[in-house]
Design a protein around this ligand. Structure first.
Ligand SMILES: [Zn+2]
Ligand SMILES: [Zn+2]
Length: 348
């Protein structure tokens, strides 16, 4: 055993916007399972959404955390692919493993699909036990904090694959959150021509230009104009509001493709007549279990840059402060990472 501590430290979502820490015994590692010493956790908008009481996910008390990277500590019986000390990131999604969707690599479509950190206990823990099949190996070039973003990036890349981007396509992303900034980079990598980002925060729009966007529009600035109506081959709606959907449909050329990615959280109205008359393709996308290895390759090669988005870091013992800061929605805070000090609690 690499880490001799028998105790686990866990942060749990305990009720409306509340978290508490507690100690527990480290869980047993069953056959086919691996224990990961968590080293970095990304704080995601979904965490805040769950904590504010949206019941489609798990019930408190529950450790959240689905953007995770760490080091293999212990392996269970029958596990041959992993060794103590391996650096990994975790795919938080699980399926039944037996249905047609699971067997064809689409476990996100399994009737029993669920995610660690959403429905099941997640990675707000020092030590987390997961199925060995949920791990991906990290090249040395990718740090743990960066590696947490493979989860977010893999969702984005799954969406890009569905769009079937052609070299030179004119593309617009709406929404300047982390996913919007990842989509800009992936569109560039996929060969899009002019790539634009429409958002509300100058700091993030400036970063988008550094990450490969050709133009940006701040919808709150009167002198910042969006692209012309009916000018775009591709639009990605990473905001998921009624306004962004209407703008997406307006911006698309006849025959254009729209990726619906942001979640509205409620039914919203769509101008179906225009969708029909412009012969638009509307594509929904969530997880994409088969693209993880490609995402890790893109991160290692620098094709997908994560570090510029990692604006704030908190130690594991202050996860409550990290959550409070994320809830404050400061413009400059793009992605907040909680890190576990390698030597914390280890006698080596
Ligand atoms: Zn997330
Ligand atoms: Zn299944």
């Amino acid at each position: 055993m690499r880490n001799p501590s028998t105790r686990n430290q866990i942060w749990e979502w305990t009720g409306l916007n509340a978290v508490m820490s507690r100690e527990a015994e480290r869980a047993d590692v069953g056959p086919g399972q691996v224990e990961v010493g968590i080293r970095a956790i990304g704080i995601c908008g979904t965490d805040l959404h769950i904590m504010s009481g949206h019941a489609e996910f798990g019930e408190p008390p529950l450790p959240l955390g689905h953007e995770l990277a760490g080091v293999v500590e212990r392996v269970g019986a029958g596990v041959t692919a992993w060794r103590t000390g391996d650096r990994v990131c975790i795919d938080p999604l699980t399926g039944c493993g037996e249905c047609g969707e699971c067997l064809s690599g689409n476990k996100h479509r399994c009737p029993d699909a669920g995610e660690f950190g959403l429905r099941y206990p997640g990675g707000w823990q020092r030590f987390m036990v997961v199925p060995s099949a949920n791990l991906y190996r990290l090249p040395g070039a990718i740090g743990f904090a960066e590696a947490t973003q493979a989860e977010t990036l893999h969702c984005c890349l799954g969406g890009i694959d569905k769009l079937d981007v052609r070299i030179g396509d004119r593309a617009t992303v709406i929404g300047d959150g982390p996913t919007g900034l990842y989509f800009v980079q992936l569109l560039r990598a996929a060969g899009a021509g002019k790539v634009r980002l429409i958002g509300m925060r100058d700091y993030r729009l400036q970063l988008a230009l550094e990450l490969g966007a050709d133009e940006t529009t701040n919808v709150l600035a009167a002198d910042s104009l969006p692209p012309a109506a009916a000018s775009q081959d591709i639009v990605i709606d990473a905001a998921g509001t009624e306004t962004s959907l209407a703008q997406s449909i307006e911006l698309l050329k006849i025959g254009g493709r729209l990726l619906l990615f942001g979640l509205a959280g409620k039914p919203i109205t769509v101008d179906m007549q225009t969708v029909v008359l412009k012969e638009l393709s509307l594509l929904g996308s969530t997880n994409a279990p088969r693209v993880w290895s490609r995402v890790i390759g893109m991160m290692a090669s620098g094709q997908a840059r994560v570090k510029p988005l990692l604006t704030h870091a908190y130690p594991f013992g202050e996860l409550d402060r990290a959550i409070a800061f994320a809830r404050s929605q400061t413009d400059e805070a793009i992605k907040i990472i909680v890190t576990v000090d390698e030597n914390q609690g280890e006698s080596q």
